[in-house]
Design a protein around this ligand. Structure first.
Ligand SMILES: NC(=O)c1ccc[n+]([C@@H]2O[C@H](COP(=O)([O-])OP(=O)(O)OC[C@H]3O[C@@H](n4cnc5c(N)ncnc54)[C@H](O)[C@@H]3O)[C@@H](O)[C@H]2O)c1
Ligand SMILES: *[C@@H]1O[C@H](CO)[C@@H](O)[C@H](O)[C@H]1NC(C)=O
Length: 304
């Protein structure tokens, strides 16, 4: 009898504490939305970005450098990557370039050791490199499907294997990953790509939860980015009915949104910002209703 009363009391206290915590978290989030969130400094942090030869990665390298970070640039395309590094050095930034195919695990692990010796310990990792072949599923050949997963998904695991242990050891670090709006909604002509970007969302969310529950209380932040269409040429034939609503953002704008999200410790951000919310609202409706709305917006990518 006494034990029963005792355990019910404990349960009630737990529920009460849950309610208080939830209310506090909601109020805190509302307050932060209104008052804004401070952006942490990235000066003198060592930022490693993959895919810095072109597009979003190149812009990220420029903007991190202008914020005083030490930038490590990895790309499979040595010539374009060297250009990025030269541009950065010309304006007096600390930049280091390395050629790397991020889907090659041995290459990633070997190069990671070299970076540690030559530059130091990476504290911000941006897994950005990715490819996007675009056609109906049955026109994708098996090699192409494998390649999409090797670059867009497996590379994240090799990069994490290389850089997460030292971040955990130093109890300091931030992992940023480029998913896509194709990682939260299915899009025609992008079946393998969508699968790969869903995978990035899943691995980032679960890794972040895994470390949150870790008894060592590790202070590593995770940020996943969901761009819609960024004007880099990656997406060959984008289509939208309302360009003013679903604008194709320039790479500069995308990079600055990514860095802001990272510096504010946001866990998930779409570019443009409102799209994730819009998607959540769409998902509240029955499937048929949300399909009508999708048809109305008539946005997508045509086969290349
Ligand atoms: N552009 C968009 O519309 C858009 C939308 C959503 C998500 N994204 C994602 O953003 C990321 C960057 O896209 P982007 O538009 O800047 O692409 P991009 O094609 O302009 O640049 C990608 C860079 O990655 C490099 N790269 C490709 N394979 C590599 C490999 N195996 N190893 C190392 N480097 C490699 C390329 O050489 C290139 O320099 C990708 O992950 C992409 O899926 C882009
Ligand atoms: C972001 O995380 C870092 C590291 O834990 C912390 O020092 C900083 O205060 C956080 N900033 C915000 C805005 O939460």
């Amino acid at each position: 009898m006494f034990l029963k009363v005792y355990s019910i009391t404990i349960l009630l206290l737990d529920v009460l504490s849950l309610v208080v915590k939830v209310i506090f978290a909601v109020l805190e989030s509302v307050y932060q939305t209104i008052a804004g969130v401070a952006e942490k400094s990235v000066a003198n942090e060592i930022v490693l970005i993959t895919g810095t030869g072109h597009g979003i990665g190149k812009e990220l390298a420029h903007q991190y450098a202008s914020l005083g970070a030490i930038v490590v640039c990895w790309d499979i395309n040595q010539e374009e990557n060297d250009k990025t590094v030269h541009e950065l050095r010309k304006i007096g930034a600390k930049a280091y370039g390395y050629k790397c195919d991020v889907s090659d695990r041995d290459a990633v692990l070997t190069l990671a050791r070299k970076v540690k010796e030559e530059v130091g310990e990476v504290s911000i990792l941006v897994n950005n490199a990715g490819i996007m072949p675009c056609h109906p599923l049955l026109q994708h050949n098996p090699q192409e499907i494998r390649k999409i997963y090797e670059i867009n998904v497996f590379a994240h695991f090799w990069m994490l294997e290389a850089f997460l242990p030292s971040m955990i050891q130093n109890n300091h670090g931030h992992i940023v990953a480029l998913s896509s709006m194709a990682g939260v909604m299915g899009i025609p002509n992008l079946v393998p790509y969508c699968g790969s970007k869903y995978a990035v969302r899943g691995l980032m969310e679960s890794l972040s939860e895994e470390l949150r529950e870790d008894a060592r209380q590790i202070d590593i932040k995770f940020t996943t980015i969901f761009p819609f269409i960024v004007d880099t040429g990656l997406c060959k034939k984008p289509r939208t009915r309302f360009p003013f609503l679903l604008s194709f953002v320039p790479a500069q704008t995308a990079a600055s949104a990514i860095i802001t999200a990272q510096r504010r410790n946001y866990s998930e951000v779409s570019i443009p910002r409102g799209l994730l919310y819009l998607n959540n609202i769409l998902k509240l409706f029955p499937l048929r209703a949300s399909q009508h709305m999708k048809d109305f917006f008539d946005s997508g990518v045509d086969s290349d």
